[in-house]
Design a protein around this ligand. Structure first.
Ligand code: UT7
Length: 324
């Protein structure tokens, strides 16, 4: 049994923060941000929360798939910016949308999170445990960013994207190549310590004011080497060559990273859609929200060959080859 995606949805916070706004907050410029990253603006949650954005994306994905919340067997929320330690975000979302029959859990693999969650849903469905899954990527990164650190605050945004995936026995459809990888020894290059973690000897919360710290250059080098390799491995499994793929839906971190990956694969940038210019890097929400944009603008046609690929904190990476 394979899975196919039959519905997509996304949600963005109302407030938009432009590069011009950031020029007033830190020593940066619109020109630097656009040239080095491709980002023009991002959405920042004010009234919205991690769970409210995820729930809205889920409602839209269910509506798009023509399903009711009670139909959902499995709900996985990929997220590294939960607003609550307990219960985790998936339980809040289950309650908000009324997915009363679903088994729910969170999965935190940062920017690879949605990829890992979709592969997990695939495994449950392929083995016959569940018939369908709602898979959501959501982040409110603005709450773990140091807004005085120009090396990180210009990069990230908030948002959510969701897909409804269900079993299909249609020949040649669904997920045809899957690769996942984790390099825990590289963790320190992108980290954020947990603020609620108490030192038992001193009774102090040593990481209370901890924010995202990143060695951007190291993450950049990792991405441009590791992502093409893992895409090539996933393509090998599927039997397709890079030029057979209609669209590459990659993690939206930096347009230069996407361009470097396209060059390494020898594929034209026309096949690499992006929305990072308008939403920034939304970590686990990046791939599903871009998929939703493509779906709603009519760019995804049944039978199209897609590659999805994510990478980031962990360090983690993954790729999926699928037919839409
Ligand atoms: O989701 C996965 C996680 N994240 C990523 O994938 C990020 C991967 N890395 C990147 O995208 C890039 O490395 C960055 C966008 C983070 C940085 O771009 P870069 O071309 O590697 O710039 P850099 O770090 O080498 O910095 C170049 C210069 C430095 O100044 P000096 O030392 O040359 O005088 C920085 O201090 O740019 C300076 N700089 C800035 N200037 C204006 C760094 N941030 C800014 C800024 N505005 N916001």
């Amino acid at each position: 049994m394979r899975i196919r995606i039959s519905g997509t949805g996304s949600a963005l916070p109302k407030k938009i923060l432009t590069n011009a706004d950031l020029e007033k907050m830190v020593d940066t410029s619109d020109a630097w941000i656009r040239e080095r990253t491709g980002i023009r603006e991002r959405h920042i949650a004010e009234e919205e929360t991690t769970s409210s954005l995820a729930a809205e994306a889920c409602r839209r994905a269910l509506e798009n798939a023509g399903k009711k919340a009670e139909d959902v067997d499995l709900l996985i929320v990929a997220c590294c910016t939960a607003e609550m330690m307990l219960p985790c975000t998936s339980f809040q979302v289950q309650d908000a949308i009324g997915a009363v029959n679903a088994t729910v859990f969170d999965l935190n693999a940062a920017c690879s999170g949605f990829l890992f969650a979709l592969q997990t849903a695939h495994t449950y469905i392929a083995t016959g445990v569940y018939k369908n899954a709602l898979v959501v990527g959501v982040e409110v990164l603005s709450r773990i960013i140091d807004w005085t650190d120009r090396t990180t605050c210009v990069l990230f945004g908030d948002g959510a994207g969701a897909v409804f995936a269900e079993a299909t026995d249609e020949e040649g459809m669904g997920l045809l190549g899957l690769v996942q990888g984790s390099i825990g020894s590289r963790g320190p290059v992108l980290q954020c310590k947990a603020g609620h973690y108490r030192d038992v000897a001193t009774e102090i919360f040593p990481y209370k004011d901890s924010y995202v710290h990143m060695d951007g250059g190291e993450v950049y080098k990792f991405a441009v080497r590791q992502v093409p390799d893992c895409i090539e491995k996933a393509l090998e499994q599927s039997g397709f060559a890079p030029e057979d793929i209609d669209l590459y839906v990659l993690h939206q971190a930096n347009i230069r990273i996407i361009e470097a990956i396209a060059k390494r694969l020898g594929v034209s940038m026309d096949r690499f859609p992006y929305n990072l210019d308008r939403v920034g890097n939304t970590s686990s929400a990046a791939i599903p929200s871009l998929l939703d944009e493509l779906n709603h603008s009519g760019k995804l046609k049944k039978g199209m060959k897609l590659v999805l690929s994510g990478f980031g904190a962990g360090l983690g990476y993954g790729a999926i080859v699928m037919r839409w």
